[in-house]
Structure formats: C-alpha cells, structure tokens
Design a protein around this ligand. Sequence first.
Ligand code: ADP
Ligand code: MG
Length: 461
Amino acid sequence: MKLDVDALRYLSKDDFRVLTTVEMGMRNHEIVPAELVERIAGLRHGGTSKVLRNLLKHKLVHHDSSKYDGFRLTYLGYDFLAIKTLVNRGVFAAVGRQIGVGKESDIFEVATEDGTVLAMKLHRLGRVSFRAVKSKRDYLVHRRNYNWLYLSRLAALKEYAFMKALGEHGFPVPAAVDCNRHCVVMSLVKGYPLVQIKQLQNPDEVFETIIGLVVRLAEHGLMHCDFNEFNLMIDDDEKVTMIDFPQMVSVSHRNAKMYFDRDVECIFKFFSKRFNISYQEDRDEEDGVEYDSEENGLAASGFTKRDQDEIEKFIEGGPEPKDGSSSDDESSGKEQTADVDNETVTTKMVALQLADQQVKSSYCNDEDRVEENLDSCNVKVVRENEPTASGEQEDSNDLDNSDDDDDGSGDAELVKRLNKQRKRAVAAARGRRALASRNSYKDKGGKSSHNSKIQKQVSKW
Ligand code: ADP
Ligand code: MG
C-alpha cells in the first residue's frame, strides 16, 4: 500500500480534528454518521463538510451511503493519525521508503531528528489471515461488527509488548522504541530475512542458534508460532534477529506443543532444503525442555492475559496453519521484502513538519495531560465494540478509554463532545419516542427527527 506522507504535511488542525472525530466515532460505528461527525467536530459554518471533502480527496476517509450518510477511516487515515502522534512525540521526524510487506503489515524506514534510521511497522489486520479466519469462526458470525481498527491496534500492542519483554530477557529482537495505534516503531535490523539468504558461512552454527532460540523461548513460557525463514533476519556477520510477534502464545496454550513442533519443523525443513543439510531431529531434546508455565515477562510490559485471549480469537497460533508447502516455497509470495541496502536513507526521507505541530492546541488542558499519562501501549487497551451479553455495546466502556493520542490536539475536548452526544442519545433512548426507520440518517429533517436519529444509534453505544 502506498503511504504518501506528503499530504500529511499540508493537513490542517481542522483536518486532524475531523479525522480524529471519525476515529472516535468508529469505536461504536462501523460507519460514522456524517451528522455525528459534524456535531462532535463542531466546526463552524459547515466547515466539517469541507474538511471531509479534503479528507476524502486524500483517501483518509471513505464515504459510505449504503445505509445512511457516513464515513469510516481508511488505513491511510489511521496511518496518518499514528504517524502524527509519533512525530509530535519526537519518536521520528521523517518517513522513508517501504522496506517490507508482511502478510499483515507494511514496514517503512523512518528517521529521527538526529538521522538515526528506525523501522516502523503498520499493522494491517484484515488484509489476509483475519479474513480467512473470520469465515471459520462461529463467534464472528454473531458479532455484527468486527473492528479492524481495534484488532490492528491490539496486534501492535502485543507486538510491542513482546518485543520489549523479549529484549529485556536478552533475546535477539529489534529494540522496541514506541507504539501508537496500529504502529510499532523499532530499531532497524541491518540484515536480510533468512528466506533471501542463498549461502551461509556457517549454516550449522546459524541453525543451532535458531533452534536454540525456539527452545529458549519455550523455557520462558512462549511459543513464537510463526517461526520461519520470513521472520528471522540474518546480518553480514550471520547474527540472527527474530521478528514478528503478534501471534505468539504461552506454553499453557492448548495447542502449544503443536505450535512448538511446527516452529521447529519449519526450520528443519528450510535448512535441509536450502543448505542441503540433513539434521537428525532430536525429539528427546525438545521433550527435555522445561517449560516455565508462568505468563512471565509480559505482565510487566502491559500486555495482559485478557488482551492475549482477545487477540487469540483472531490470530490463533500463527496467522494460518501452514499447508506444508509455504515454508519451503519462497516463490509463494507469502511475504515480500524490498532489498535492504543498509545505507542511511535519510536523504530520501520525507521530513514531516506538520502544519499544526507548532500550535500546541488551545484545547490542551489538564485532562489532556491525564490522558497523556495514561497513554502508551503499556497502560491499557480500548475494547471497542465488545459485545455485551445482550450483544449490544457496553454503555460505559468506550469513552474513558480514549484512544492513545497524546499530542494534545484537542482529543480531550472531542471526547467530551462525544460524551455529551452519547448522554443525549441515552436520554433520548429512555424517552418515549419510537425508533425511527433504519434510513433515518438520510433524513435531513429538523429538530424533531434529531432525537430519533440519535436513538437509532443508542443500541450501538
Ligand atoms: P508480518 O507480521 O506482516 O509478517 P514482519 O514483522 O514479518 O511482518 O515484517 C515483514 C518484513 O519486513 C520482514 O520480513 C522484514 O524483511 C521487514 N522488517 C520487519 N521488521 C524489520 C526491522 N525491524 N528491520 C528491518 N526490516 C524489517
Ligand atoms: Mg512476518
């Protein structure tokens, strides 16, 4: 997917305000009613429609009028929000070329103010595996709206938490730098995915290191679950770095043994095929692995058991079971990687002087600061669209878990406005009016239709 960050520089404060509004609306609406966007954004003199047109032009939102007039964020819109937040936090200052396309992510080089090049992974859950999995999972059939925005964010949070914890335990993983929404920033691995390596000086050593990694992971109570030549990077000194963690599970997972075997098998198969070496697989050694059954390491990094349970519903033990051929068939296009030439590419980077960056928004207040403190992936996860027992949205779970936007650009104020709308809606729902027809959002009626329109949405709130 093309990530043209050029447009980002020209977006105004109002553009981001409306974009943020659509994001907030998506916690409870697959398509956010245009009217709701207008009310919450609260720009004067029809300003919101003008801004929405601009956002549409840049493909940051998508217009949908199939049920009613409304908008949803596109991945690009979500990218922009995350990038803006990270730029405002000072995590990086420029976005460069794409260096990887994973099954469910796009990876770009980014550069910090001082020219250090990092890697930015934008999770794109829903691109491949989730769609495939979705059709097979019963509970998703009953779940009316799944929310890719939430799922990609959860995947990023998980990846960041695991990367941090693994790094702290001395595993060779990229250094976890920061995370916002569906975006994880990490150190750039100066190497190539094993799948691209045609020759090794010491294949035996590399093989042993890699097998040693799976075993050590198990000793720490973890299974990688997608441990293969696409997710192992090798540098010029044949040093191994392990990447890609959203599908990791604990050894207490019911399929842990199967995942462990599969991870090990992938490596055996690859090494025997690529380097023409046949290894005697020593099952006894594997059986001798002492599993640490604690969910250790991760609690400290903020990724809870509940998060794990939630994400496992969508990515269970590796995006999709291997069909046996994927591992040794690199032409399958399973993952593609741009050639990494390891040069500093800062010059090719698009510097991101955001139009509104200097204006530390006038909405910045204490509440923003509270949000900032609560912010970061380490603290909590928004559980948008989680169905309650009745299959409806929990009334109270959304707003206080505001998205982790910490740049002080008016989110707190938007949250208040959204809250107000929600209260009005709840009040209206308790009122006497009958619900309006499904098409009520097409109704451009006056005040009398106003409550009924809101009522229509109450069930989702
Ligand atoms: P996915 O979860 O979609 O499979 P990955 O994390 O495996 O995504 O990344 C896809 C590709 O991007 C990798 O195969 C690798 O080539 C590249 N990549 C990912 N992370 C880094 C990094 N930190 N440094 C350099 N390249 C990376
Ligand atoms: Mg991968």
